[in-house]
Design a protein around this ligand. Structure first.
Ligand SMILES: C[S@@+](CC[C@H](N)C(=O)[O-])C[C@H]1O[C@@H](n2cnc3c(N)ncnc32)[C@H](O)[C@@H]1O
Length: 250
């Protein structure tokens, strides 16, 4: 299966974000951690088109002093820069760097280094990415990692791409004695779109983000198999399916 990338990734992410209430839960968890810091600066690794980052910055308006986003997707970086300008104006101190986290270098230090569903995409030595994030922290700063849980909504993502799930991360942090706390995010995703016409482009975008594969390339039989699986996860009478994640605070 072909992994999502470029503009189509951003389109699919937008449909997915409109379908899930995970961001609201994540903001509620993040608020007490981020607020009240005197010189709040945030590095968002994998900032994408800012579907989470823009509401996060709105929540922190008046407190946030500097924001840096890093992402490998050039289109997403362009979209995020435009949104940041439009939303917060020229006086807001921000930078969006089109680079992989692995290649990102800076002398700046941050109060928060945030991985919002990004850590699982990083290939190479996971422990070294944790160490690198901690080196980028200001004194008393925190690394926050929102990480997907195994199984359920992530079953096909797991089968096809075998990314790092929250249980893998928990194991890594425990084995290496890295101090951390965890919180489960009990969100839900509305899959009503999947009950529509098989060839609806919005259905295919949602399916693509759920599987992390470009489902435009698949046969209708294979797509139907995915759709039936996700619909089977929905609770009686609703088309909401569990969309859990784990927040790690280091
Ligand atoms: C699930 S999206 C999250 C986007 C954004 N944080 C949001 O919530 O809207 C993950 C992002 O990680 C980016 N990404 C993947 N691998 C990366 C890497 N090695 N370094 C930096 N960003 C990466 C992808 O391009 C994508 O935009």
């Amino acid at each position: 299966m072909i992994p999502l990338s470029g503009e189509y990734y951003v389109e699919c992410n937008e449909v997915f974000r409109r379908s899930t209430n995970q961001a609201e839960h994540m903001l509620a968890e993040m608020s007490p951690i981020a607020k009240g810091r005197s010189d709040l600066s945030i590095l968002s690794v994998g900032s994408g088109a800012g579907l989470f980052e823009i509401p996060m910055l709105q929540m922190l308006e008046g407190e946030i002093k500097r924001f840096v986003g890093v992402d490998v997707n050039e289109h997403a970086c362009r979209v995020l820069r435009a949104k940041l300008h439009g939303e917060f104006g020229a006086s807001f101190d921000f930078e969006v760097v089109n680079r992989s986290f692995q290649d990102y270098r800076t002398d700046r230090r941050f109060e928060i280094v945030l991985f919002n569903h990004t850590f699982e995409y990083l290939d190479g030595d996971r422990l070294s990415w944790i160490q690198k994030s901690r080196e980028l922290l200001a004194e008393a700063g925190n690394v926050l990692i929102f990480s997907p849980n195994r199984g359920g909504i992530n079953k096909f993502y797991e089968e096809v791409f075998a990314p790092c799930f929250s249980d893998d991360l928990e194991q890594l942090l425990t084995l290496t004695d890295i101090d951390h706390s965890t919180t489960t995010i009990d969100a839900e995703c509305d899959v009503t779109l999947l009950a529509g016409q098989d060839d609806d482009p919005e259905l295919i975008r949602l399916l693509s983000f759920l599987t992390q594969a470009d489902c435009r390339e698949l046969s209708s039989t294979r797509r139907r198999e995915f759709v039936d699986y996700y619909l089977s996860l929905s609770k009686a009478e609703t088309l909401m399916i569990p969309h859990p994640a784990t927040l790690f605070v280091l």
